[in-house]
Write a protein that binds this ligand. Structure first.
Ligand code: ADP
Ligand code: ADP
Ligand code: MG
Length: 472
């Protein structure tokens, strides 16, 4: 078993990995920028080391992180999500230094991180992929020809894209021409690659993804699906497991498809195969994420499997502890991404000091957060501050419990997505369990909530002010 792990990340996922290490008797090492000196992940790990003045550069500095891991006596690195998690050079640098990278091989990361290479690998394995260009596009003329063949609308996508960026829907040839240079420049800046490709736009699809686990002894299993259709600008907001929109036959089909996809590329460790489901019931492979996913939590809730612990065991060379038929599922789980954003103002990021924070608890409620009262949210990072994960036996109970949990939660001092989610939970379409990726756009009325503080919130603020004043 591994003895000491460097966590090459920050925020709630770094805290999540430190918790898994603590439970497994493994020492953890946090890294932090100067801006993150007071971050929660620094406090939760056994050791913490500064990786420099720049808020972001250190978290992306392969050489420095690998050296630090070796110098502090670590035998492995967990990359979390974002940052270097899908960087094949990082995985290779770990291996070259004799460190275990907690994820798949550099080769698999490289292949699946390239969306056109991944599509080709899946097609070769007989997995249905979204219709699109055979590879990357040579130029605007090529794009026009492919789009004419596919039929509009089409999606122009960055080959190395991620996090919902570098994707543009094009309604007609004029739109395609306008977006072409834009996506290329966006992709070069954000992902260091100017390659783009085209997909047919699946109109009003559901985003259905499957969690898989695979060890190096030839065992691969799935842990059922997640429905991530509630998105804004191609970024997930609320995730649900299992999807209330699939029947058992569809569930079995998509699970098997994902396992086949993983086996086709000799996948090892935890991964996610993302699909789009169209109105006619067809599933199309979209991409594979070769890392822990933000929403792994809801799969943990319905299956009882600790996915981060499994990642660590697999990386240590241990065989999977479950065969497919031993993985059960129970109830429904929802995850709410608590972002420091103002939904009323186009989801504009909101930063500053959190004057009061209270995490919801109670039966079936889990909060994975990177904040505390008095914490100053720095402006340099992802706006996701916390995740509220709710489990209950039925869909209706899970909604009722979600409303209770979000009502319980208090994050004062900054704007968050909490009041918006409270409105979504009241929406008839959402409660009926029928929604597509157009849900947010189709329901502009849901941002029309009153921003005034509820009386009980005002009371807590007043009580805090009085306590501060009287010194109690
Ligand atoms: P998930 O796929 O787990 O739902 P997200 O798409 O929300 O995750 O991304 C999680 C984090 O990783 C975000 O901070 C996002 O910006 C970042 N990220 C994801 N893919 C990439 C990528 N290819 N390049 C850079 N950052 C990425
Ligand atoms: P990322 O790597 O940024 O996560 P994805 O390829 O997974 O990018 O796409 C992100 C989201 O964009 C999807 O969940 C979906 O809502 C939308 N999307 C992507 N491709 C298509 C498509 N061909 N048709 C319709 N929607 C799409
Ligand atoms: Mg995706």
């Amino acid at each position: 078993m591994l003895r000491k792990i460097l966590i090459a990340n920050r925020g709630e996922i770094a805290v999540r990995v430190a918790r898994a290490c603590a439970e497994m008797g493994i020492r953890s090492v946090a890294i932090h920028s100067e801006a993150d000196r007071h971050a929660l992940h620094v406090k939760k790990a056994d050791e913490a080391h500064s990786i420099g003045e720049d808020p972001v550069a250190g978290y992306l500095n392969i050489h420095r992180i690998v050296n630090l891991a070796a110098e502090t006596g670590c035998d492995a690195i967990h990359p979390g999500y974002g940052f270097l998690s899908e960087n094949a050079d990082f995985a290779a640098a770990c291996r070259a230094r004799g460190l275990c990278f907690i994820g798949p091989s550099a080769e698999v990361i490289r292949r699946m991180g390239d969306k056109t290479a991944a599509r080709q690998a899946m097609q070769a394995a007989g997995i249905p992929v979204t219709p699109g260009s055979d590879g990357n596009l040579d130029g605007l003329e090529h794009a026009r020809a492919v789009a004419a063949e596919l039929g509009y609308p089409v999606m122009l996508k960055a080959t190395s894209g991620g996090g919902g960026r570098g994707i543009r829907r094009c309604e007609d040839p004029g739109d395609l021409a306008r977006n072409f240079e834009r996506v290329i420049s966006e992709a070069s800046k954000a992902f260091g690659s100017a390659e783009v490709f085209l997909e047919k736009c699946i109109v009003d699809p559901r985003h259905i993804e499957v969690q898989i686990l695979a060890d190096r002894h030839g065992n691969s299993i799935h842990l059922f699906e997640r429905d991530c259709s509630i998105q804004r600008r191609n970024q997930k907001l609320i995730e649900i497991a299992p999807s209330p929109q699939l029947d058992d036959a569809q569930r079995a089909y998509i699970g098997e498809l994902a396992v086949r996809a993983a086996q086709a590329v000799d996948y090892e460790n935890a991964g996610t195969v993302e699909f789009l489901l169209d109105g006619a019931g067809n599933f199309y492979f979209m991409e594979m994420n070769t890392r822990i996913q933000v929403e792994h939590t809801i799969t943990e809730s319905i299956t009882g499997v600790d996915i981060v612990e499994e990642q660590i065991r697999i990386a240590a060379g241990l065989p999977l502890r479950y065969a497919q038929h031993e993985v059960g599922r129970r109830g429904f789980a929802l995850q709410f991404r608590i972002n420091a954003e103002d939904p009323k103002n186009g989801f504009l990021p909101s930063f500053g000091r959190i004057t009061r924070y209270y995490a919801p608890g109670g039966p079936g409620v889990r909060t994975d957060a990177a904040i505390y009262t008095g914490y100053k949210v720095p402006p340099y990072y992802d706006s996701m501050l916390a995740k509220v994960i709710v489990w209950a036996l039925t869909w209706e109970d899970a909604i009722a419990r979600s409303r209770r949990a979000l009502n319980d939660m208090a994050v004062f001092g900054i704007k968050t997505t909490i009041p918006y989610y409270q409105r979504i939970l009241e929406s008839a379409d959402f409660r009926a369990g029928a929604f597509t990726t157009s849900f947010v756009e189709a329901h502009p009325e849901l941002v029309n909530y009153s921003d005034k503080r509820r009386p009980e919130e005002l009371a807590t603020v007043l009580a805090a002010a009085i306590a501060a004043h009287t010194g109690h």
